[in-house]
Design a protein around this ligand. Structure first.
Ligand SMILES: Nc1ncnc2c1ncn2[C@@H]1O[C@H](COP(=O)(O)OP(=O)(O)O)[C@@H](O)[C@H]1O
Ligand SMILES: Nc1ccn([C@@H]2O[C@H](COP(=O)(O)OP(=O)(O)O)[C@@H](O)[C@H]2O)c(=O)n1
Ligand SMILES: [Mg+2]
Length: 216
């Protein structure tokens, strides 16, 4: 499927799919904030880590390869990650995707651009002090194999070495929207709301206004 188009076969009807990437260190609050953004602003939330964990659960050979990499805190090869991400997007009829935990390195960016021919509208960067992220991860309690001190430290290293350069890349394109993610969940979401309320396409859809009856 071409994600740029939708509608009857052969019709010229175009559907512009909007994509927002959400990046930040492990434990910066990506999943937590994405849930709220999706609910309030009508986005479809896709967590790339979750998509990879589903592949592990499927018991496939690819899944066992992913499991080994994740346990080491390393990054899954981009062709695998982007193929699974694209499959997930194609299975959902949405025109607004919030992609959590992506991109993690420059190879992720290139694979996504090459395969989908799309670019994010903007990139939300949750900027959080490392000691705070470590504290959060150690009390996350989701039973994740990679939430132990040893793997967490490796994940921080990968974030500094591989993910930060992607932030610089999007910064040069004027696409980074940075928030201070070291504050409380509510405070962080207040800053995020300002960003998602900017621009005509980001307004809360009418159906989500409390006073819908008055608009009708
Ligand atoms: N602003 C915050 N303050 C305190 N704890 C938070 C905050 N945001 C998230 N958490 C908690 O920290 C842990 C990691 O959050 P999560 O959203 O899973 O982060 P990420 O997806 O970036 O790894 C979770 O247990 C979550 O409940
Ligand atoms: N784009 C991505 C996203 C996740 N991953 C892998 O999945 C792991 C967990 O990602 P995640 O986004 O669920 O982790 P958190 O930052 O939410 O804690 C990463 O440490 C990587 O091993 C990846 O390789 N490439
Ligand atoms: Mg997460």
């Amino acid at each position: 499927m071409d994600l740029h188009k939708e509608g009857d076969r052969g019709s010229a009807k175009q559907k512009k799919v909007k994509i927002v990437f959400v990046i930040g260190g492990p434990g910066s609050g990506k999943g937590t904030q994405c849930k709220r953004i999706a609910q309030q602003f009508g986005y479809t939330h896709l967590s790339v880590g979750e998509i990879l964990r589903q592949e592990i659960s499927s018991g496939s050979e690819t899944g066992s390869m992913i499991q080994k990499i994740m346990k080491e805190g390393k990054l899954v090869p981009s062709d695998v990650t982007v193929r699974l991400l694209q499959q997930a997007m194609q299975g959902i009829n949405s025109d607004k995707f919030l992609i959590d935990g992506f991109p993690r390195n420059e190879e992720n960016v290139k694979a996504f651009e090459d395969l989908t021919k799309m670019e994010p509208e903007f990139v939300l960067y949750l900027d959080c002090p490392q000691d705070e992220m470590e504290k959060r991860l150690l009390s996350r309690n989701e039973g994740r194999e990679d939430d132990n001190v040893e793997t967490i430290r490796k994940r921080f290293k990968v974030f500094m070495e591989s993910t930060l350069p992607t932030i610089e890349y999007y910064e040069s394109k004027g696409k980074i929207r940075k928030v201070d993610a070291g504050k409380s969940i509510d405070e962080v979401f207040e800053s995020i709301k300002v960003i998602f309320s900017q621009g005509k396409d980001n307004k809360v859809p009418p159906s989500r206004h409390k006073c819908k009856c008055l608009i009708l």
